[in-house]
Design a protein around this ligand. Structure first.
Ligand code: MN
Length: 479
């Protein structure tokens, strides 16, 4: 223990200086207020008016929004998919996250067939064992449900892996409805829940066969094989299962109106259901799959992009608190990797980069354009993920004693989204050419300044964070 502490002091001892941020617009999930905030010893040590501290470096942040560091609760770094591995590993992925104002990611450890949950977790700890630039944790994906796996749930929670992931599609991962019922019930008894990927596997397989048999092999066949009804049906089924299990559940990456309506209906029927969406479903639509020269491949992800109407519905749901979190599902591949599916859309590695752009997009296009309030952005990017995933109030809130994870946004700062100079290890940007107004200026990770003037200046300070149990409180209707 002393040895570990000693190493920690050696690494960070020379810059454990205090920082006093003066006159910032502090944002919480409930609103904003102008105040000073003192960062010391890695935590927020004081919040108030007219704070002074002769030993602190003072920074004037008047007119800037001060957010609790953003948390991205859905990323895939170093994941093996479709015969290749994601372009971002933990080293580049956590650096990209931090550059975009995200001070913590929750990735997905996976128990593959034949493995214990402990083996899955060990594999992911090994994969994330190099340099990390933001804090991180894992959800645990359960792909095989046995009595011994059931016994391991308590061990995972003890290890700080307090939330889980289930798939209703993908043969290597999916559980059947009865297994999902048993898992949700077990997790409820343990005080937690799972996020679930909802798509109807068998029908999608049939649509894929049909499209391929008809010679329809381009990226446009991807959304045609995975219609919104296939997602909505699975969401409905999940909600029925959760209702029978009397267990909370999260529908991850909700993409469309029909699926969202299933969640709303289930809540009315008493199901404790949470919903996540992702920036790609708020900003991009399915017409992109029709782009010439195989460009549509760069937008292949599952579920696929939907319509502009779905985007509008999702934005309203974000504003109304119906959607709890906006995470990225960051799962990045280079254009060369996307070429694996040049002649067969089912071989295109699925996923988009997003961990670097989420905060800037949501602020500029959400808060800046009046779609949501600054407080709503705080809820979906910081506070709700912190509460739901057992990090609150260590993270997700600006409060005395909380980690000094701070994202400073300059609402006047202009930013062009482009592949050039991005930190993420990908040679395209799904939002190429988009001009933002309002962008991340500074980021502190546990008190250390890591981003200055929107540029990543410090890497490698991220750590594994043990999480506690979730807080289910569901507050809707805050605008
Ligand atoms: Mn995912």
């Amino acid at each position: 223990m002393f040895l570990i502490l000693g190493v920690f002091i050696l690494q960070n001892g020379d810059d454990r200086m205090k920082t006093l941020l003066k006159n910032g617009i502090l944002v919480s999930g409930k609103g904003t207020r102008t105040a000073d905030i003192l960062l010391a010893d890695g935590v927020i040590s004081k919040i108030g008016s007219d704070l002074t501290d002769a030993s602190a470096e003072e920074m004037d942040v008047s007119g800037k929004y001060i957010y609790p560091g953003f948390i991205d609760a859905h990323t895939h770094m170093g994941l093996h998919v479709a015969g290749t591995v994601t372009a971002d590993d933990f080293t580049t992925g956590t650096a990209a996250a931090l550059a975009g104002g995200t001070t913590m990611i929750i990735d997905f450890g996976t128990q593959y067939h034949g493995e214990s949950l402990a083996q899955g977790l060990n594999n992911w700890h090994a994969m994330a064992g190099g340099e990390n630039s933001c804090d991180y944790s894992f959800h645990m994906s359960i792909s095989e449900w046995t009595p011994s796996v059931k016994n391991e749930v308590a061990d995972m929670i003890e290890a700080g892996i307090t939330t889980f992931k289930l798939y209703m599609t993908y043969p290597a991962m999916m559980l059947d409805d009865g297994e999902i019922y048993e898992v949700l019930k077990t997790l409820k008894e343990a005080g937690t829940f799972a996020g679930v990927h909802c798509e109807n596997a068998a029908l999608i397989d049939a649509l894929i066969r049909e499209n391929k048999a008809g010679g329809f092999l381009t990226p446009a066949a991807h959304p045609a094989s995975r219609p919104d009804t296939m997602e909505a049906e699975a969401v409905h089924r999940l909600m029925v299962i959760a209702g029978e299990a009397k267990a909370p559940v999260m529908a991850v990456h909700t993409t469309n109106e029909k699926a969202l309506n299933e969640i709303i209906a289930a809540r009315k029927a008493g199901v404790n259901a949470f919903a996540e969406t992702c920036p790609q479903y708020l900003f991009l639509d399915r017409s992109l799959y029709e782009l010439p020269d195989f460009e549509g491949a760069r937008y292949v992800c599952a579920p696929p992009l939907r319509t502009k109407k779905d985007q509008e519905v999702l934005w309203k749901a974000v504003k109304a608190g119906v959607i709890d979190t906006v995470s990225t599902d960051h799962c990045s591949f280079t254009l060369k990797q996307k070429e694996l599916g040049r002649n067969d859309f089912t071989k295109i590695p699925g996923g988009l980069p997003g961990v670097e752009t989420r905060g800037n997009l949501i602020f500029s296009e959400g808060v800046g354009k009046g779609r949501i309030s600054p407080a709503c952005a705080c809820r979906i990017l910081s506070e709700n993920p912190a509460r739901l995933y057992g990090l609150y109030p260590k993270k997700g809130v600006l409060a005395e004693g909380s980690d000094a994870d701070i994202t400073v946004i300059d609402p006047e700062k202009e930013k062009l989204l482009t592949k050039d100079g991005q930190v993420t290890n990908v040679d395209y940007n799904p939002y190429e050419g988009m001009k933002l107004k309002g962008a991340v200026e500074k980021v502190f990770l546990r008190g250390d300044l890591c981003v200055e003037d929107g540029k990543l200046i410090r890497r490698g300070l991220g750590r594994f964070i043990k999480r506690g149990l979730p807080d289910y409180r569901h507050e809707e209707g805050l605008a």
